[in-house]
Design a protein around this ligand. Sequence first.
Ligand SMILES: Nc1nc2c(ncn2[C@@H]2O[C@H](COP(=O)(O)OP(=O)(O)OP(=O)(O)O)[C@@H](O)[C@H]2O)c(=O)[nH]1
Ligand SMILES: [Mg+2]
Length: 431
Amino acid sequence: MFEVITDKFVKLQRKLLGFGRLSTKEISEALREIRITLLEADVNYKVVGEFIRGLQEKIEAKKIVESLKPGELINVILFQELVKLLGEKAEKIQFSAVPTIVELVGLQGTGKTTTAAKLAVKYKGKKPLLVACDVKRPAASEQLKILAERAQADFFPVRNDALKTCLAALEQAKKNSNQLVIFDTAGRLHIDEDLMHELQSIKDKTKPNFILLVVDGMVGQDAVNQAQEFHAKLGLNGAIVTKLDGDAKGGAVVSIRKATSVPVYFMGTGERIEDLEEFAPQRIATRIIGQGDILSLQEKVAQAMAPQDQEKVAQKLLKGKFDFTDFLEQLKAIKKMGSVSKLLAMIPGAAGVKGLDNIDDKDFGRTEAIILSMTRQERQDPDIIDGSRRKRIASGSGTSVEEVNRLLKEFRQAKQLMQSMGSGKMKMFRR
Ligand SMILES: Nc1nc2c(ncn2[C@@H]2O[C@H](COP(=O)(O)OP(=O)(O)OP(=O)(O)O)[C@@H](O)[C@H]2O)c(=O)[nH]1
Ligand SMILES: [Mg+2]
């Protein structure tokens, strides 16, 4: 979702790092490129303007920092300003009330029902109750019922009035000790009086702890407008931006906080009920400027692997002792989690390493075949893989020598990157 921004930022950073000294001209050129990149990614123009001014001030104020090269300095400031733009700290659903009530609101088709189920998966331990509140469309209640089953969550069907449904659902939640109740409200094509009235009455009578707006990330700046309107009329606690897995350029999710003061809680990154990511400013800024999202990645890997394994892998990665056997394990774990391409986008440096960033799920099978055709010794010590071994591996895996070469090269590059992280060269991006 941030590919457009990331690609450009990575190139810009490389260019800046090449300069021993940055003149005013180069700085303003860099700022211009950052501005264009953000605008092209559909970030709100007012937000961009303010952001660039902030960057400029910071750069000017800190022109001379002994320990950093000027290019590095700009990168660090860019990172810090991005974190600030995105809202500094990750917003969390607090479960201080019992039950904690989340009211999902938003226009038609933005992903409310899907998101309700995603939240139920995420907070499984809270015994969630999903409440269908769309009176007008009978299929809506049925859809939520099916998703609730899939998420193994409790379900409350719609009655002939949205507010009455919510109140009855709360009664049931009390009896069944549901600690989380999610209202999946009706969507409309436009924001209209009727809709607002209904949402307002649910708000007044049930006092939700969190009113979260679900917006479609594909609609770009319109998402910001929706957030503004809903916030003005209803008072939102936050937003969830969906469909960021498609062609969305990420501009909406980057600008919502600054443009509307509504913080983003989650991002929807796919149609499956597992496809929900926390919106963590630090991590996202890291991803945007192209250092990869090591934290998100770790989180996902943690879901698929036992903790001790993960620690071992991390140690190996940092020490450069990661070999093809480990790589294969990782690939298998990743496959368990769904899409490879999505995960690769989060690997540090993958955005910058040619080839790695466009591995698709088809390549994944071939990669696996190549590694499986290696001997144990070759997996542990890829340096011994000479020409004749390459030929053997290629024919054993039904691939070509070029493909084997490419994998070996990419593996070496990725390993070097990991090592440089381990040795602290990238420490400036950590906190
Ligand atoms: N790719 C992708 N599709 C999504 C995501 N979230 C929802 N969808 C899809 O978007 C479509 C609409 O989702 P719903 O959850 O039904 O939307 P809704 O807001 O409940 O719609 P209404 O109840 O009609 O207002 C469905 O086809 C979902 O599968 C997402 O994060 N990524
Ligand atoms: Mg719905």
